[in-house]
Structure formats: C-alpha cells, structure tokens
Design a protein around this ligand. Structure first.
Ligand code: AMP
Ligand code: ZN
Length: 111
C-alpha cells in the first residue's frame, strides 16, 4: 500500500467508497466522473503503477481482472449490448491515477 495513492486507500477500505464487488485480489467501484451510463473500475489491491510495470508473476492477476470485468458487465446488464474495457497507460495515454485499473464502460442507448 502506497500512502498517498487514492486507489490504495479505496482498496484497503481507508476511504469510504461503495464497493460493487471485492475479493482477496481486487475491488470494483463506480467511476466518480462516469463517461457512460455504466463506468466501473476494476482495481487490484496490489499497488502497480501501470501496465508498463507488470511483472511476469502478475499474469494471473491480469487474467482475473479481465474475467472480473466480464462478470461485472453481466451484473451491470451490458454483456449482451456490449461494452469497452480500457487501460489508460501513463500520462500520454490519459492515465491520471497511477495505480493500475481497468475501465468497464457501456450502457449507451441502443440506436
Ligand atoms: P485514468 O484516467 O485511467 O487514470 O482513470 C482514473 C479514473 O478514476 C477517472 O475516470 C476518474 O474519474 C476516476 N476516479 C478518480 N478518483 C476517484 C474516486 N475517488 N472514486 C471513483 N473514481 C475515481
Ligand atoms: Zn496504489
């Protein structure tokens, strides 16, 4: 846990945030500034700065993050309509919170 990391604080229950899912490895909560009707964040409890910092031993964690995102998409009711999964990587890639997280985005009106 990194002291001044907001997602470490949320993942270790040091900042009150409604968790939509949690297990030993990760937490899921709503993005505070949603870009779509469903905009949830899948966040590992382990502090990893970005995709660039992944180590070989993090492979299972990444696989679990993606599987959790799939399950949460179903819970949000967007699995059939469709959704985006997004990692922003470093400043140029739009990352502003430097604790690894996967965006689950969906729920747009059907045209
Ligand atoms: P990124 O640009 O990939 O680093 O995304 C960080 C996301 O975290 C942004 O979409 C923010 O709106 C969101 N965010 C920042 N602080 C909080 C918070 N306290 N609770 C929920 N989401 C947050
Ligand atoms: Zn952190």
């Amino acid at each position: 846990m990194i002291e001044d990391c907001i997602f470490c604080k949320i993942a270790h229950q040091q900042m009150p945030t409604e968790l939509l899912f949690q297990n030993d490895q990760m937490v899921v909560f709503r993005d505070i500034k949603p870009h779509a009707p469903v905009h949830w964040l899948i966040v590992p409890r382990k502090h990893i700065r970005s995709i660039n910092d992944l180590q070989p031993e993090d492979g299972d964690l990444i696989a679990e993050m993606i599987a959790t995102a799939r399950d949460m998409a179903k819970k949000a009711g967007v699995n059939e309509s469709g959704y985006k999964l997004l990692f922003n990587v470093e400043k140029g890639g739009g990352q502003v919170i430097f604790h690894l997280h996967l965006h689950l985005i969906g729920g747009w009106a059907k045209s």
